[in-house]
Design a protein around this ligand. Structure first.
Ligand code: 5AD
Ligand code: SF4
Length: 470
């Protein structure tokens, strides 16, 4: 999934009760962690915790961590060093501060976290966080608690539903996890080990959660999964449903204006899903479909199980179905054995696809993955040089895509207030941030605007003429 910078869960809308405790949740990594942080905040609400955006006033600080690359995991240990000092200072004032580590570092490192960072009270895995309140209660007894077993029970069945006030506070766009884990075992990736094997949530659980989100004011839902298009479950009348079927079902929910899903594997883009892109106006014309590399030799070594040509053919079929679709991708440079010629194959594939958005990384060796045992590791200098060349090309394509939008009239979902008075930030169908002066409109409205210009990370727009004075 795409990488986000660290985010904190928005503060609760409701006024804190007099004796309530406060939790600050810091989220690292992908959108699924953002979703999980929200659900952990739901689980803690039953214990009297309200979320805060001020770390200084928290009684519990929870780091929801990412293990995808070495740097992501290192960040957690340096944050824990700072929290240890904070806990000491608190103790001197006679105030409690509990520290929890959740997410993929928790799953991968378990007890090791307590050994390296003894100030931590609770280590909780991505499949057990419904048991977070119980773990905190046990940790209050004085001994740290590590709960990273793969729970036999379904955490979603045990989590309290998200309160309507919280849904409202989180905004008009929401994530909804439909699938977790991965059976693909790309040789560079820790996900199959940290998130376990593929599990799909049942249709009714998903539909019920989507209804609740829409009832709380959500207009756009992004379905999440490490391998979201591998989602499969029993349909309401028996028979197996795939993600395409689920999207058709969700598109029937009145008031739900937009659907998205992320992240997909090329092997699981089936005909039904492509057909959904052709037929469902609710399904936004944006697809994050990582390819990772362009050389067939490297794709094979990565265990991606498709060739560059197969990926290009797939993109062609998707574009036939939905000509205005924007394609986004992920890339890794410097996988073991990657030669200059292999890398040039990646550049050629990028030229052929023409990406609207992309995330690219230097290969990071992850202990325990097959890639870590391969010889012929690429030097840091070569990785850095290749990444620079790849990013220059991707940035050029992104800038061209943004420029191609200027002058177009598009639907904009208004998401949040902008920096200037009267300004609102919205989302285009292609997931771009767009600034518009829309004094008479409200957050949650979908309005027509004309794109007037581009900025470094966003676009500018004016309300479309047809609407002025309407
Ligand atoms: N090194 C570098 N990048 C990685 N990714 C996954 N594992 C690694 C790794 N070991 C990237 C892939 C994936 C994205 C979420 O992170 O591009 O699609
Ligand atoms: Fe990792 Fe590959 Fe699974 Fe994506 S498909 S989560 S890159 S193993």
């Amino acid at each position: 999934m795409n990488e986000h910078v660290s985010l904190s869960v928005p503060a609760d809308e409701q006024a804190p009760r007099p004796n309530s405790r406060k939790v600050f949740i810091k989220t690292y990594g992908c959108q699924m962690n953002v979703y999980d942080s929200g659900r952990m905040s739901d689980a803690l609400a039953g214990e009297g915790y309200v979320t805060t955006e001020e770390m200084g006033e928290a009684d519990l600080i929870l780091l929801n961590t990412c293990h995808i690359r070495e740097k992501a995991a290192d960040k957690v240990y340096s944050a824990l060093g700072r929290l240890r000092d904070m806990k000491k200072a608190r103790a001197a004032e006679g105030r409690e501060l509990m520290i929890g580590v959740a997410g993929c570092v928790a799953q991968a490192e378990g007890e090791e976290i307590i050994r390296r960072a003894p100030a931590v009270d609770v280590v909780i895995g991505p499949q057990t966080y419904h048991r977070l309140p119980e773990a905190l209660r046990r940790a209050r007894g004085g001994k740290p608690v590590v709960d990273t077993e793969y729970a036999v029970e379904d955490k979603f069945e045990h989590l309290p539903v998200t309160e309507k006030a919280k849904i409202r506070a989180r905004g008009v766009t929401a994530f909804l996890t439909v699938q977790e884990g991965c059976d693909k075992f790309c040789t560079f990736c820790v996900v199959p080990y940290t998130r376990g094997s593929e599990v799909s949530r049942p249709v009714q659980q998903i539909v019920d959660e989507a209804w609740r989100l829409v009832d709380g004011g959500v207009r756009e839902i992004t379905l999440l999964g490490q391998n979201v298009n591998a989602w499969r479950a029993e349909g309401p009348k028996g028979g197996e449903w795939s993600l395409g079927d689920l999207l058709y079902r969700l598109a029937e929910i009145p008031g739900l204006a937009r659907l998205r899903y992320t992240t997909s594997h090329p092997r699981d883009m089936d005909d039904r899903l492509i057909e959904a892109h052709r037929n469902l106006r609710t399904l936004m014309p944006y697809l994050h479909l990582p390819v990772q590399a362009g050389s067939d030799r490297i794709l094979k070594a990565m265990n991606r199980r498709h060739t560059g040509a197969e990926y290009l053919r797939l993109i062609e079929r998707i574009r036939e179905a939905r000509p205005d679709i924007a394609i986004a991708g992920d890339f890794i440079v410097g996988f073991p054995g990657e030669t200059e010629k292999d890398f040039e194959d990646t550049l050629r594939l990028v030229e052929d696809v023409n990406y609207a958005q992309a995330y690219s990384f230097k290969y990071s060796t992850r202990p325990g993955t097959p890639g870590a045992d391969l010889g012929d590791q690429v030097s840091e200098e070569v990785k850095a040089e290749r990444l620079e060349r790849l990013q220059a090309l991707l940035l050029k394509q992104q800038a061209e895509f943004a420029k191609s939008c200027v002058g177009k009239v598009i639907d904009l979902l208004l998401e949040k207030p902008g920096r200037m008075p009267g300004q609102i930030i919205g989302r285009s169908p292609w997931l771009q941030s767009v600034n518009v002066d829309a004094k008479t409109s409200q957050i949650g409205d979908i309005i027509q605007v004309r794109i007037s210009g581009t900025g470094p990370n966003s676009l500018f727009a004016d309300p479309a003429e047809s609407l002025i004075g309407a």
